[in-house]
Design a protein around this ligand. Structure first.
Ligand code: KMT
Ligand code: NI
Length: 148
């Protein structure tokens, strides 16, 4: 996946038994999933984690998130290296391509429950900017240049 796909609404109330979600997981080989709840009372090392989420970083794999409850913002860098803020709420699915600089923050409600999807065994390593020497970054930059 080489573009930011923010895909229409799914019915988050039935995430445990949803043929639409199953179809997406099959088609894209999202064999792995877990659910993360980001709020003060539920996430161990909350303060530290939200700080890490909001540091500008990239990953070597796609970051796929499906919002089940609550909301928050994904900020992504556009072609001109400016921030684009994407509001994500219940039912929204987002795919951040490998190599894109981004960050995440909660909103004033301070609560989100999200499904994390991954192709194969998950790798959560975040590389803070600058991380331009990675192959995944090179590929993404190349893609951006071609789509200009
Ligand atoms: C990440 O990698 O930024 C996260 O997992 C936090 C966002 S999940 C809604
Ligand atoms: Ni990330």
């Amino acid at each position: 996946m080489h573009f930011i796909a923010t895909e229409g609404k799914l019915d988050a109330d039935k995430y445990e038994n949803d043929p639409e979600l199953e179809k997406i997981r099959k088609e894209r080989n999202y064999s792995w999933m877990d659910i993360i709840t980001i709020c003060k009372d539920k996430l161990p090392n909350y303060e530290e984690k939200i700080k890490i989420f909001y540091e500008e970083h990239l990953h070597l794999d796609d970051e796929v998130r499906y919002i089940l409850e609550g909301s928050g913002y994904f900020d992504v860098r556009d072609k001109e290296d400016k921030w684009i803020r994407i509001f994500m709420e219940k039912g929204d699915l987002i795919t951040l391509p490998a190599g894109i600089y981004h960050r995440f923050t909660l909103d004033e409600k301070n609560y989100v429950k999200a499904m994390r999807l991954f192709v194969g065994e998950p790798v959560w390593t975040a590389y803070n900017r600058p991380a331009d020497h990675f192959e995944a970054r090179g590929q993404y930059v190349k893609f951006l240049a071609q789509s200009a």
